[in-house]
Design a protein. Structure first.
Length: 264
């Protein structure tokens, strides 16, 4: 599967500017022959919305999203877009997959909220897996990467590939690198992460978008350069018969995790 990573600097509270960048990247991805474009977390609005979160939150019938859907359909390219979503009278950090026909295929709400995000967003609690071109895909967002249970659940639900939209800031460069490789290796599937660049307030976003295969081998590393980067990601690769982590999990561990969590 060819995935293009759109590592760029969204402009805070400027949907029109960010939409223009998103559309430009979709057009470029069409020329690259991409199957899917992965965008950073909150790329439609910027990250530090804080008290204005509800003002900038979108519903799934938003004109901005409809414009992106139309472009995906015309270019025959799928996309994972992230934005604050207004849903059931709450705001969520959303990753939305739009397929190459312009249809909304699936949404994911960030379930592990970092630092002050807890003040403005509700936690998601569902972990969908969906299919594009025969490939089973799961989505997570930023801080979710640091909780192995999330990726493991997606893998157990049949994911062949996990996509990560993120707005990760310094000094957490090593966390992103280590956890991305770890989640890929322990689940024996590729992981692809797209991080943003730029600064908002005291936050400096460091980029370092990357793709790794199911052994943790780096397939592509964007560094701190802005642009759209295509990478061919091998999916559904044969498992190492000696490791075969998924089939070798002791099933009783899940019950004990639940019991331990209830007493934490």
């Amino acid at each position: 599967m060819r995935i293009s990573l759109a590592q760029f600097t969204p402009k805070l509270k400027s949907k029109d500017y960010n939409l223009s960048r998103i559309l430009d990247y979709l057009k470029e991805a069409g020329k690259q022959g991409a199957d899917l474009v992965l965008f950073p977390e909150m790329s439609l609005t910027g990250y530090l919305l804080e008290e204005e979160t509800e003002t900038f939150a979108e519903t799934l019938d938003s004109g901005f999203l409809q414009t992106i859907q139309k472009e995906c359909r015309q270019l025959n390219v799928a996309a994972v877009i992230s934005f604050p979503e207004k849903y059931n009278e709450a705001s969520y950090i959303c990753a939305l997959c739009i397929d190459s026909r312009g249809n909304i295929l699936e949404r994911y709400h960030k379930s592990h909220l970092f630092d002050s995000e807890k003040k403005y967003f509700a936690k998601g609690s569902t972990y969908p897996v969906f299919t594009i071109s025969g490939i089973r895909i799961g989505m997570i967002i930023c801080y979710d990467l640091e909780f192995p249970e999330v990726s493991r659940l997606l893998r157990l639900k049949g994911a062949d590939l996990i996509l990560v939209s993120t707005a990760n800031m310094k000094p957490y460069e090593s966390y992103q690198d280590v956890f991305l490789k770890s989640r890929a290796m322990e689940n024996e599937i590729p992981m692809v992460i797209c991080n943003r660049l730029g600064t908002e307030g005291e936050l400096e976003f460091f980029g370092e978008s990357k793709a790794v295969d199911g052994t943790g081998k780096v397939l592509f590393h964007a560094g701190i350069k802005e642009g759209l980067f295509p990478v061919d990601v091998p999916v559904q690769a044969p498992l190492d018969e000696k490791l075969n982590y998924i089939n070798n999990i002791h099933p009783d561990i899940f019950r004990q995790l639940i019991d331990a969590g209830n007493h934490y």
